[in-house]
Design a protein around this ligand. Structure first.
Ligand code: DI6
Ligand code: FE
Length: 412
């Protein structure tokens, strides 16, 4: 049967208003169409039109809370090696920037990634992806940026695409060729950007790129170099994103806003004027508390200002070997609240509705008729519990693109 009806559930539609940001519907019901992979109806069970019920396969959710499938909108999931040795150095006092400048950091992951076969990368990345999926994630963005030359950037993006074929998840790929300067281009950043532009056109032609990102930072690329990449992306009709103001204020947010960026990510050093520009451009602020925690940063992103300006805030894992070796979006909910003082409602919108927007995906992130049937049934008493626990995953069932995609505990 193609139509499914969930009864005896509570809905967090993520389409609320000021007094009810999550758009909660207790005693709800939801119909989705398997063949169309779309939600047909969502609302209070008492309002369910009887003609819609006819012909549905019925699933009693036994009081579960239903949310949209979670979206991790910023990861660097595909990489070789690990950086535990660097972690030790940092605990002995070396800073992330010092390590990067002395040839470690991202460059060491680049060496390991170049060396790894596609098969080895796939195996390691699949293990990380499975951790994310076990927590109800149904869409994951994956950036390149550890290959830094055409064959290896392509290898990583292809692995990312393969992950999406092997598991019930929608993978969105972002080209981050301008992540760091590869050793063969030492002292020649502008020449490397020339190379990035060639890779961009080539990998786009291979259908491997959904969006384009740059690490705009003193240890990354400057504004001019960033703009060259953005211009090329726009020529190809690709949306842009930016690693902006993570370690210093480079005024990257203003540049990103000029290019109608989908998102600016990190933002610990975002200035008031940069925030204004993001608000005007409708750019999403992606907050990455895992990196803030792991690098033991002390400067918080200007959450109060983002809130005041009505800038949508997303939350993501930033899963990467150097600054956020974490594969749990639920822990990001906890860190978003405890470290960044987000409200639980803001945090939950940050991994659903606003994360979808950070990827330019208008078809998901909320429970509403016509949206993708990416759903999670949680065995919890209230959605706030998802932010409250630390390292506890409640029992859950996942429906991805209209199909049951596994879970733990009692199936509905
Ligand atoms: N900012 C980050 O936090 C990651 N990349 C970036 O541009 C860190 C990447 C790494 O250290 O491997
Ligand atoms: Fe990142």
């Amino acid at each position: 049967m193609s139509r499914h009806l969930l009864t005896h559930c509570h809905l967090a539609t993520m389409q609320g208003h000021r007094d009810d940001p999550l758009g909660l519907i207790p005693d709800g019901a939801l119909i989705w169409d398997e063949a169309g992979a779309a939600i047909v109806w969502a609302g209070a069970q008492k309002d369910l039109p009887s003609e819609l019920r006819a012909g549905c396969e019925i699933h009693d959710a036994q009081g579960a809370w239903v949310t949209p499938g979670l979206i991790d909108c910023h990861t660097h999931l595909v990489f070789g090696g690990d950086r535990s040795a660097e972690f030790r150095l940092r605990l002995h006092g070396a800073s992330y920037e010092e390590i990067a400048r002395s040839g470690g950091g991202i460059a060491s992951t680049v060496a390991a990634t170049r060396q790894a076969s596609a098969e080895a990368l796939l195996t390691r990345s699949l293990a990380r992806l499975d951790q994310l999926l076990s927590e109800g994630v149904t869409t994951v963005e994956i950036k390149s940026g550890y290959g830094l030359r055409s064959a290896d950037e392509g290898k990583c993006l292809q692995v990312a695409r393969q992950l999406g074929q092997l598991r019930p998840v929608d993978i969105r790929t972002t080209f981050l060729g301008a992540h760091a300067l590869p050793p063969e281009y030492a002292g020649r950043a502008d020449a490397y950007i020339d190379e990035v532009l060639v890779m961009l056109v080539d990998l786009h032609r291979q259908g491997l790129i959904d969006a384009v990102d740059v690490f705009c930072e003193k240890i990354g690329f400057n504004l001019e170099q960033t703009e060259r990449v953005f211009r090329a992306a726009h020529r190809l009709g690709l949306p842009v994103k930016l690693h902006a103001e993570q370690l210093s204020d480079m005024d990257g947010a203003a540049l990103a806003a000029r290019y109608a960026a989908l998102s600016c990510d990190h933002l610990e050093w975002l200035s008031p004027s940069g925030a204004q520009r993001l608000a005007q451009a409708g750019t999403v602020a992606v907050l990455l508390p895992g990196a803030f925690y792991f690098l033991r940063e002390t400067r918080l992103p200007p959450i109060g200002l983002l809130r005041e300006l009505g800038i949508p805030m997303a939350l993501a894992s930033d899963c990467n070997p150097g600054s956020s070796p974490c594969t749990s979006l639920l822990i990001m909910l906890s860190m978003g609240c405890t470290l960044f003082r987000l409200t639980p409602e803001e945090a939950l919108l940050g991994v659903t509705r606003h994360a979808a927007r950070a990827l330019g995906l208008a078809d998901r992130g909320v429970l509403a008729a016509g949206r993708r049937a990416d759903l999670v049934l949680w065995r919890i008493d209230h959605p706030v519990e998802l932010c409250y626990h630390i390292g506890h995953r409640p029992d859950l069932q996942v429906i991805q693109a209209g199909l049951w995609a596994g879970g733990t505990g009692r199936p509905a």
